[in-house]
Design a protein around this ligand. Structure first.
Ligand SMILES: Cc1cc2nc3c(=O)[nH]c(=O)nc-3n(C[C@H](O)[C@H](O)[C@H](O)COP(=O)(O)O)c2cc1C
Length: 187
């Protein structure tokens, strides 16, 4: 079975992202076609990128980079849970992504975005980033609205229909994650 990381991409005190990521993880655990782990980038205490050599060269010097790389390396696919900040993803998530290179390559990804416009602009931005990292991003995504999926913009109460899109996204991520694992195993 492939391993899928659900990556919580916001670090702000009082973040809505935590409830969203937990919802994604709880639904994931009802599936039997992959193993899932919830990864909170906050736990890795990454500073602003402080590696002297570009990550694509694979010469990590800092202990925090090595720990982050070792964790991400264990996964075959990712689900990024992203807020939308100023029409992009969070600086914290972009920074965490930028720290690594080969640990992302030839894997699959899906997205759960949230914000006033469902986090769609943040997800579009992440899709561009995935291209450079050689990550295959699936079509299906979950777009959660601050106005209709959160009470008072803070208490997460997702509309029932999102469960279906979340499962469709998982179907696609798991299928592509499995296909790309075969590719990685061959090379
Ligand atoms: C710095 C900042 C910028 C934001 N910019 C946008 C934005 O451009 N579009 C949007 O839909 N929501 C925006 N929001 C609202 C966030 O999407 C919303 O607060 C969300 O809950 C943030 O995720 P978090 O609670 O996990 O940090 C912004 C919030 C912050 C803190």
């Amino acid at each position: 079975m492939i391993k899928v990381a659900i990556i919580l991409g916001s670090t702000r005190p009082g973040r809505n992202g935590e409830a969203v990521a937990k919802w994604v993880y709880e639904l994931a655990k009802t599936r039997s076609d992959a193993e899932f782990e919830l990864i909170d980038i906050k736990d890795f205490n990454l500073p602003l990128l402080d590696e002297p050599v570009p990550p694509s060269m694979g010469r990590y010097s800092q202990e925090h980079t090595k720990a982050w790389a070792a964790k991400i390396d264990t996964f075959d696919a990712f689900v990024f849970v992203t807020p939308e900040y100023n029409h992009g993803t969070s600086g914290a998530l972009k920074n965490a992504i930028d720290f690594l290179y080969k640990e992302w390559n030839n894997k699959a990804a899906g997205f759960v975005g949230y914000g006033s416009a469902g986090g769609t602009r943040a997800v579009e931005q992440l899709r561009l980033v995935m291209g450079e990292l050689q990550v295959a991003d699936v079509r299906a995504q979950v777009a959660l609205s601050l106005f209709t999926d959160f009470e008072n913009m803070t208490t997460f109460k997702p509309a029932a229909r999102h469960e279906r899109s979340l499962n469709t996204m998982f179907d696609q991520v798991i299928a592509w994650g499995g296909a790309l694992k075969t590719l990685r195993d061959r090379t």
